[in-house]
Design a protein around this ligand. Structure first.
Ligand SMILES: [Ca+2]
Ligand SMILES: [Ca+2]
Length: 387
């Protein structure tokens, strides 16, 4: 700088001033980790697609030609006040999820069965040098579908939802309803279903029209393992399994398991006839085992439960006074279910008269003797006749 006044007197003043007119520069590296596999994303693109819930590693570095520190500032609308800052170098990890606009239980069934747009967030980078020159970067992060369908099963029997107070009962149609289910982004029509009962596949790669309500092959009382799998349109799978208890049918349904007679089936003797029965109904009752006019003491007809039929037995002492076929029946009644019935017990007991018994024994002895004679003859007969 050179100054001269009106009297031509002059002086000189020098100073080196560096005016920073250059912007800082930056580099960004985006890396994803899903199930332990990492993928480097192209940070040169402005649209960055990230599966929901994956680990997103951000690395930023900045520098300036003058070599002085550069501030790095990263902001996003992911959440209120979301901000990361550093000097020259910045790294951090975050996870991005779908926002509240995707399907969920807060929507009614019709709404949650419709497709939804994936969530988007912006990401802004500003690097600033010491002379407040800045450089910026902007990205849009799109959260792609990383979650399987949400499976919500209901069991319907007899037209009502199954509950401990109102269980599914043997003999009734039992329906599996998946109506409440949904995917976070897909329309329900784009979800594929599979259903297994006790390991057996009853529905496979089924679409909604087939899968929404499925009759379950659960006929008898017992506990069945229900296994439901669902895939969304990009292959995210979700599954659930649970035990479905089917209670016995209301009522008393007796049948014969086994019967036997203790004693000799001879006219004039008495025998004990023991009949073991089962009740596949949930009702309780009582009954007597009868033959003609003779009946046993009253016995309890046990109810069935989810673990199996009720098993009970009755015993009748019968004085045999003829060789007639033995007629046996179980007469039961149930106040709890208001029904009664007679169960016929088929049998092939043969009662013999007393005089038949000795003859049978005699015939038996004779047969044995003849057999022994024949054997003796065959063994020694030929040789014994030789001289
Ligand atoms: Ca600069
Ligand atoms: Ca999904």
């Amino acid at each position: 700088m050179h100054c001269m006044d009106a009297f031509s007197s002059s002086s000189n003043w020098y100073e080196n001033i560096i005016i920073d007119g250059s912007n800082p520069t930056w580099e960004a590296t985006f890396e994803l980790q899903v199930d332990g596999n990492s993928t480097v994303l192209d940070s040169g693109q402005t649209l960055i697609e990230v599966p929901s819930g994956s680990e997103f590693y951000f690395t930023f570095s900045a520098s300036d030609p003058n070599g002085l520190p550069v501030m790095i500032d990263v902001t996003s609308d992911k959440s209120e006040g979301w901000r990361h800052a550093g000097s020259d170098y910045l790294e951090f990890m975050d996870r991005f999820f779908q926002g509240s606009q995707v399907n969920g239980m807060h929507l009614n069934v019709t709404e949650r069965h419709q497709a939804k747009q994936p969530s988007e967030y912006n990401l802004s980078l500003t690097v600033t040098d010491d002379a407040t020159n800045t450089a910026t970067g902007d990205w849009t992060i799109i959260i792609s579908d990383g979650s399987g369908p949400t499976i919500i099963p209901n069991i319907i029997s007899n037209g009502t939802m199954v509950s401990p107070e109102s269980p599914a009962r043997a003999g009734e149609e039992v329906l599996l309803s998946l109506t409440e289910s949904f995917d976070d982004l897909d329309a329900i029509d784009d979800v594929s279903w599979e259903v297994r009962v006790d390991g057996e596949v009853i529905l496979q790669t089924a679409l909604w029209s087939e899968a929404e309500k499925i009759p379950l092959p659960v006929n008898g009382a017992g506990t069945y393992l229900i296994h439901i799998l669902a895939w969304d349109s990009v292959g995210n799978m979700e599954q659930i399994s649970f035990g479905l208890a089917v209670s016995p049918a209301l009522g008393v349904f007796p049948s014969v398991l086994d019967h036997h007679a203790i004693g000799d089936l001879i006219v004039g003797e008495s025998v004990n006839i023991v009949v073991t029965m089962q009740n596949t109904g949930a009702g309780i009752g009582s009954g007597v085992l009868c033959s003609q006019d003779t009946c046993s003491d009253e016995v309890l007809v046990s109810p069935a439960d989810a673990s199996g039929p009720g098993v009970f037995s009755a015993e009748l002492v019968l004085n045999l006074n003829s060789t007639d076929r033995i007629e046996l029946r179980f007469e039961w009644t149930s106040d709890s279910v208001g029904s009664e019935g007679v169960l016929t017990i088929d049998n092939d007991y043969v009662v013999v008269s007393q005089w038949q018994m000795p003859i049978q024994v005699l015939l038996g002895v004779l047969t044995v003797l003849m057999l022994m004679a024949w054997l003796a003859h065959r063994t020694w007969g030929q040789d014994s006749q030789r001289p």
